[in-house]
Design a protein around this ligand. Structure first.
Ligand code: CA
Length: 227
């Protein structure tokens, strides 16, 4: 069984690799998100039985790696590693597209148990289509539709709408949007969020006489649960 471990803490990554090798796994390491994405993408399809993915990674977050892998049709089971004091909790890891999660620090016995169970279950089903009223977003086909009519969106608009839809009915802050839709190391002008919210409104709301994307004063934005 072959596993890709994407973990920026080098000593932890090496400890995991050594332990897994003793259990008979073949292990490849990547030390940041971009390297992990590249390695998973370049390795022949199905070569990895599982990917262990740290959530907080340099260059690309674990969430972004996960999202891009799924967008490319790579459905290798993903075990997400999250920190207890991190910004995300366990439920979020699953919402973000992972198949299972472990909270650091974890014992090696628990790690092996999760990994074997994950590999036994095999590759996940394609994700369910997200919907809010008659607004739908299909993560597998990268398709957005309003009342069944396809709406053409750019990859960034798609990612923004997907984030809003996964949090539908709840206000999300501009900084949460930047971290999830751009990345945690984004250093540009945060007003970029408003610009993209405007683009999306022109595509999914205005032509249909709707106002699904709401501005929440002092908080951020919210996608109405009923679309
Ligand atoms: Ca990390």
């Amino acid at each position: 069984m072959r596993v890709l471990v994407v973990e920026d803490e080098v000593s932890l990554a090496e400890t995991i690799r050594d332990g897994l090798q003793q259990e008979g796994f073949t292990v490849d390491l990547a030390h940041d998100g971009a390297e992990g994405l590249w390695t998973a993408g370049e390795t022949p399809h199905g070569a990895y039985d599982a990917i262990m993915l740290d959530l907080m990674l340099p260059r690309l977050s674990g969430y972004e790696v996960c999202r891009r892998l799924r967008a490319r049709g790579i459905w290798t089971p993903i075990l997400m590693l999250t920190a207890k004091d991190g910004e995300y909790d366990e439920a979020d890891a699953l919402d973000l597209g992972a198949d299972d999660y472990l909270v650091k620090p974890f014992s090696f016995v628990v790690l092996i148990a999760h990994l074997r169970a994950l590999i036994r279950r095999g590759a996940p089903e394609r994700p369910a289509v997200l919907s809010a009223g008659d607004l739908t977003l299909d993560p597998a086909e990268r398709r957005v539709a309003r009342g069944g009519e396809t709406v053409a969106v750019t990859p960034r608009e798609f990612a923004l709408l997907e984030f809003l839809m996964r949090n539908r009915g709840q206000a999300v802050t501009k900084s949460a949007i930047i971290e999830n839709v751009w990345d945690a190391h984004f250093t540009g002008d945060p007003n970029i969020v408003e610009v993209y919210i405007g683009y999306l409104r022109k595509k999914i709301d205005h032509p249909y006489g709707r106002a699904a994307i709401q501005t929440v004063r002092g908080a951020g934005y919210r996608l109405a649960a009923d679309g």
